[in-house]
Write a protein that binds this ligand. Structure first.
Ligand code: TYD
Ligand code: MG
Length: 457
């Protein structure tokens, strides 16, 4: 008879205690412990017997230099941007977790990849726990021609998914989503910590043994992390985040973790009527939307991941109607905005205390590069003076607390992107080294925030 006991597991970090406590001893988060029933039946041994070790328990010590990597050929997902973010395609046997808010387009992206890969003649299985085969088919029809080799399995029970995998040799597996998986051996409703952990462990064992790459779709919590145990992120090889503003067409895909490549690559997609399309020249698209010169708009040369991006910063400074002035930033950190306003007030004598300040990054993108500071300051100045800025001037500089403009990383790449898009002037920090400037671009070096006004109007 298996011994049954209850333990409490943190839904964030996976730490467990034998008694319920309000604060997790592992990650100090409050109210994250949930009860789980554990049956100690010695079940763990079967995981060793099956798959993972090929049934034989013998240590395989070998010289690292003799480990062959010839067998590793990456599978192209058919999506240029996704392949790039993954570091050049899908590694056999890897687990890729894709997280994102509801409605952002996770299922669309996954189905698109599934259709693309199976149209190359590979066997692909799409396990749909959330949508019926009819719904998947309807979505597929919006995206394009439905390949005959693409299999769909409307199933949430893990043993049935595993037996489907044993019946046929698939090249790629999709699970949409991990929160719907149900492992009958384990107590708890689908989506609970232990269910997610054990279901993914069972699928991982199969995937690693058969070199089957797996894409897992994961929901995220309102704090923005992937719902379920944090251990899930340790179990998989790659964690991708799909983000953007649902009301805008642009989506950003980036890797939060990647065992096979860098995490600095960024993919940009646009959601269209017939699925997601890769945006190959994001700067051109983002600038194309900018329209004519108006006050409060400045172009920043940001670097997102490995990629320089020209993006429009829009500021609106208006008299506060209510007692407390409002500050709001879409796609921009509000604390950073407040800091920049404080610097403007203290170092330039710009009194914005009784004004509302709104800041917006065009296209609904979120970009955290500190080099955006200079464009933000320029946009705020332009809006409050109601003077438009030149459309062929761009900005890249970090603003420090004492009002100094600091140099930014990888200026050469930013300059060549700006020159490529026809920018004539670029405002940068006067503190760094003077780089080689591409033809057609004029560099204007400034040292302090108080110098900006002289240069831009
Ligand atoms: P979906 O992939 O279902 O999001 P998720 O799986 O992340 O919850 O996509 C949701 C939205 O995408 C939906 O509101 C409709 C829109 N959409 C398009 O605009 N074009 C399309 O071709 C498809 C398939 C969806
Ligand atoms: Mg979905």
């Amino acid at each position: 008879m298996a011994k049954v006991r209850t333990q409490y597991t943190c839904s964030d970090c996976g730490a467990s205690t034998s008694q319920w406590v309000g604060k997790c001893p592992g990650c100090q988060a409050w109210n994250t412990l949930v009860a789980e029933t554990i049956a100690d039946s010695g079940k763990r041994t079967h995981r060793y017997a099956e798959g993972v070790t090929g049934g034989v328990l013998r240590p395989r010590v070998m010289p690292l230099a003799e480990v062959s990597t010839d067998k590793i050929t990456r599978l192209s997902s058919g999506e240029v941007e996704l392949d790039r973010v993954l570091g050049g395609g899908v590694v056999p046997g890897s687990l890729i977790l894709l997280g994102g808010e509801p409605g952002i387009g996770k299922s669309t992206l996954m189905l698109q990849v599934a259709m693309m890969v199976s149209s190359f003649g590979k066997k692909v299985l799409y396990v749909s726990g959330e949508e019926s085969p009819e719904q998947v088919r309807m979505r597929a029809m919006r995206i394009g021609k439905v390949p005959s080799d693409l299999m769909v399995l409307p199933e949430t029970r893990v043993p049935l998914v595993l037996s489907a995998l044993k019946e046929e040799d698939y090249s790629l597996l999709f699970i949409d989503s991990v929160q719907t998986l149900d492992q009958p051996e384990i107590d708890g409703a689908p989506g609970s910590v232990s269910q997610i952990r054990e279901s993914v462990a069972a699928i991982t064992a199969h995937a690693k043994a058969h070199a089957l790459p797996v894409f897992l779709v994961g929901h995220i919590t309102k704090e923005g992390s992937i719902a379920g145990p944090k251990v899930l992120e340790h179990m998989v090889d790659v964690v991708l985040q799909f983000e953007g503003d649902r009301n805008h067409a642009y989506r950003m895909l980036r890797a939060a973790k990647n065992r096979f490549g860098t995490t600095s690559e960024l993919g940009i997609y646009e959601m269209l009527g017939d699925g997601l399309k890769a945006v190959e020249n994001p700067s051109e698209v983002l600038l194309g939307e900018a329209g004519e010169a108006s006050s409060g708009s400045a172009i920043s040369v940001a670097l997102e991941g490995a990629r320089p991006l020209l993006i429009e910063m829009q500021a609106l400074v208006s008299t506060a109607v209510y007692g407390t002035p409002q500050r709001s930033g879409t796609g921009f950190d509000l604390r950073r905005l407040n800091m920049l306003l404080a610097v403007l007030e203290k170092r330039c004598g710009f009194k914005l205390g009784s004004f509302d300040v709104f800041l917006n990054l065009a296209g609904g993108l979120k970009i955290k590069d500190p080099a955006n500071d200079l464009a933000v300051v320029a946009a705020i100045l332009s809006s409050s003076l109601d003077l438009p800025l030149d459309r062929d001037t761009c900005y890249a500089g970090e603003v420090g607390l004492s009002g100094e403009i600091r140099p930014v990383a990888r200026l050469e790449e930013r300059m060549s992107e700006a020159a490529r898009l026809g920018m004539k002037r670029m405002l940068v920090s006067g503190h760094g080294k003077t780089p080689l400037v591409p033809e057609g671009l004029k560099l204007v070096a400034i040292k302090r925030v108080s110098d900006i006004q002289k240069v831009i109007f």
